[in-house]
Design a binder for this molecule. Structure first.
Ligand SMILES: [Zn+2]
Length: 461
């Protein structure tokens, strides 16, 4: 008997958790945090009765919406193995403690402003809880079957979304032969300049598919040319180009692009500062996991292709503050990517009033964030209780997404030699998920259902 139950990322994009029940045993695919507005985040505090008997956890990748609930889960008593790829385990060592730190900061802030309905406001988990939970990570090699119990095994297959990201494929004994159930996790689009593309698997009997960009086709412009023009425009007039970036993935892509543009002489050798300890750690991990990277990225072992000629890592808060005061032409990459806080806010406070400078958005900006507002033409912004006038030029590029778009997903499913008998759609907002369901049903003629929150499906009786 095999059942799956969607405990999160059903009709939404965060809180990825799917329970897999095989006979009497339970396993959990991903253990993500609900993120976004308060109404969604409050789901992290709901009791998780369904998770009490979970024997093992398996992760598709390290993004917090897929891994960020682990410390809470462990704190509440889970002590089983957490299987994932080597890259995912390494990234979790950076991302989970940081998430714990942010939870503590949020609780501290709520208490100081008395804005929580709970007094005192408590963190969901602390940095210490997160560090404790890391001991349960059990990294596994890719493409290797691992037996969970008699009749049930799984393997990880590269999905090309971020470092270490993988599809999870279960092989289960159905009583009349073995069958395959595959979870896509987040799937890459094959257009990353540094990561290898997602592997085209050849068969699966059932498929759980993400739908983040199910209603969109990404612009496929010349990203490198765009970046070249923006850098030249801002730096040649003596300004600073500030790039708010996500620490894992986007930052490394941009660093590689700058390296390439320098190498081909399309831009001069400018000062490039990476002002984010987490992004610096993640960049080191990318270089360590050569297996996930394209051959041209690791081809030149003498120089790191993820740094450039005049690259400066900025680790301490003091160095970061000094950099804010620096008025020389330069490129500054800093976090948080959606301007939800962090060092980037100091750089913006210093450079937004400067008409020579520029800000380049390279990632998805959630509605309501300062990043969204600035990208959409806000002329005055409040940073650290001060009004800041926006004189700098605002640029954005939407071609650098780490997700597959609607066409990529259809192409990948169509590439299966043996098509699944059923597809379950999760990890998408309503419009995206419905658009994707329509396309799969009518273009590929495969039975496709949308998973609702807490909905259970019997896969095999
Ligand atoms: Zn992801």
């Amino acid at each position: 008997m095999l059942k799956i139950k969607f405990l999160g990322a059903a009709m939404q994009v965060t809180g990825s958790r799917t329970l897999v029940q095989y006979n009497k045993s339970q396993y959990l695919v991903d253990c993500g945090l609900f993120q976004g507005p308060r109404m969604i985040r409050e789901q992290n505090w709901q009791p998780h009765g369904d998770l009490k008997n979970v024997k093992a956890l398996i992760l598709t990748h390290a993004h917090i919406d897929h891994s960020g609930y682990i410390p809470k889960f462990v704190k509440d008593g889970f002590g089983g193995p957490i299987y994932c790829s080597e890259g995912t385990a390494d990234l979790c060592h950076i991302l989970l403690p940081d998430s714990g730190y942010l939870q503590e900061e949020d609780a501290h802030f709520a208490n100081s402003k008395r804005i929580s309905r709970h007094v005192p406001a408590l963190p969901l988990y602390t940095e210490h809880d997160a560090i404790e939970s890391l001991q349960y990570l059990k990294p596994q090699p890719m493409d290797t079957w691992i037996e969970l119990e008699r009749g049930l095994s799984f393997r990880l297959i590269r999905s090309g979304h971020i470092l270490g990201s993988s599809f999870i494929q279960f092989s289960y004994d159905s009583g009349h032969g073995s069958r395959l159930l595959t979870f896509s996790g987040d799937i890459g689009n094959g257009r990353s300049l540094i990561l290898k593309e997602p592997i085209q698997i050849s068969e699966t009997d059932e498929l759980v598919m993400e739908s983040t960009y199910g209603d969109r086709v990404q612009p496929k412009g010349n990203v490198m040319g765009q970046l070249r023009d923006i850098i030249n425009k801002v730096l040649k007039r003596g300004g600073t180009l500030v790039i708010p970036a996500f620490a894992v993935g986007r930052t490394q892509e941009i660093l590689y692009m700058i390296h390439q543009l320098e190498k081909t002489g399309e831009i001069s050798k400018y000062d490039v500062y990476l002002d984010s300890p987490m992004a610096l750690d993640a960049t080191e991990l990318y270089m360590k996991h050569g297996d996930d990277l394209k051959s041209e990225v690791i081809a030149d072992h003498t120089v790191s292709t993820l740094t450039c000629a005049r690259f400066t890592p900025v680790r301490t808060a003091d160095e970061s503050m000094l950099l804010c005061m620096n008025t020389d032409p330069k490129i500054v990459i800093s976090a948080a990517g959606m301007l939800t806080g962090g060092r980037i806010m100091h750089h913006l406070k210093s450079k937004l009033p400067d008409p020579k400078s520029g800000v380049l958005f390279v990632g998805y900006q959630v509605e309501g964030t300062k990043g969204f507002l600035l990208k959409n033409g806000l002329t005055d912004i409040r940073i650290h209780h001060q009004n800041v006038t926006v004189e700098a030029e605002i640029f954005s590029s939407d071609s650098l997404s780490a997700h597959a778009d609607s066409n990529d997903i259809i192409r990948w499913i169509n590439g299966l030699n043996k098509k699944p008998s059923k597809i379950f759609l999760n990890h998408g907002e309503k419009s995206a998920i419905e658009a994707l369901q329509y396309r799969i049903k009518y273009e590929l003629k495969i039975d496709t259902v949308i998973a609702n929150p807490d909905e259970e499906f019997v896969i095999d009786k």
